[in-house]
Design a protein. Structure first.
Length: 315
């Protein structure tokens, strides 16, 4: 099959063999989404060799359970052992032996086919088109914030960053009815937020020590510093990005202010699918372009351009 392969920080389109593993479903990829992690892997963020991509919607063509064949699905990206301490204590996304679709020791979805255990799959409702369903994984990641903390309507919430993931976080936080403001640096990001009635705030207008909850979604030291200045004592600081390399942080001030720092990663798929089914969230406004798999290298070039949000690959 054809696939976009990463090796030594270089990508190319190549033919590779794929044989279905016992207990896993073989899935024909229909659409796959490109996110910041894919771009950072090419830059060397994490040592990975293999097929890139982890956001997808596809159709099961082979499975041990015939009831799954023909089902349109999306899938959770962490494949776990169910035996280690983390799995046995209810923390499977932190499995000590996990592989991660298109990220850690498991070929991903920028290919004609991919495979995952049945336990990782979620059926896509008929009313949710592929253009929506391909966003299930990042939308679930956005929803994880509200799995981790309770956001009340009276809370003053600041979101720093309105890129690919930040836009989805903004849409989901707005559903909580909180007093939400978003720091967005690009005109297009502002336009998308304003169109949904989500209020934006300039960096210079962010009040120090005011916000009950601050979500940092830029992955940059400057974004973190802005978020740190904004959070009130005993407030909740949610880190929704990974950071490349080391960062200098004044932890003494964090201790003195008794700030609650919460890392946030993967989230619940079924609620994400329900929000798209009810159209309470519309991720398709993020789509800037779509390429065929054979033009996948051009898709990477497009996705890396400043201000571009979501680029899709179809097979």
């Amino acid at each position: 099959m054809q696939a976009i392969w990463l090796e030594n920080n270089k990508i190319n389109l190549r033919e590779i063999d794929l044989h279905r593993q016992p207990g896993e479903a073989l899935i024909k990829v229909r659409k796959a989404g490109m996110c910041s992690t894919d771009l950072e892997l090419v830059k060397g963020y994490y040592p990975y060799t293999g097929v890139l991509g982890h956001e997808f919607v596809g159709e099961v063509i082979e499975a041990d359970d015939p009831a799954w064949i023909g089902q349109r699905v999306t899938g959770e990206i962490n494949v776990v052992c169910n035996r280690c301490e983390q799995c046995l204590n209810g923390r499977p996304t932190h499995c000590e032996n996990r592989t991660v679709l298109g990220i850690v020791n498991r070929d991903g979805t920028f290919a004609e086919f991919t495979q995952l255990p049945i336990a990782n799959l979620h059926k896509v409702p008929a009313s949710v088109p592929d253009e929506f369903a391909v966003f299930t994984e990042p939308l679930a990641a956005a929803l994880e914030i509200q799995e981790q903390i309770v956001i009340k309507p009276a809370d003053r919430v600041l979101l720093v960053g309105a890129g690919r993931l930040g836009q989805l976080i903004a849409q989901t936080l707005a559903l909580a009815g909180c007093d939400l403001r978003v720091v967005a640096r690009h005109a297009r990001q502002n336009e998308l937020l304003t169109a949904r009635g989500i209020r934006i705030i300039a960096e210079e207008d962010v009040q120090r020590w005011r916000w009950d909850v601050v979500v940092e979604a830029t992955g940059s030291p400057t974004g973190f510093e802005l978020a740190r200045r904004a959070i009130r004592p005993r407030g909740k600081l949610i880190l929704k990005s990974t950071y490349k390399g080391e960062m200098s942080v004044n932890f003494s001030s964090i201790v003195v202010d008794e700030v609650n720092i919460i890392g946030s990663r993967c989230g619940p798929f079924e609620p994400a699918l329900r929000l798209m089914e009810s159209r309470q969230v519309d991720p398709t406004v993020l789509i800037d372009d779509e390429f065929s798999l054979k033009d996948g290298l051009q898709a990477f070039e497009r996705a890396a351009q400043p201000g571009v949000l979501k680029v899709l690959i179809r097979t």
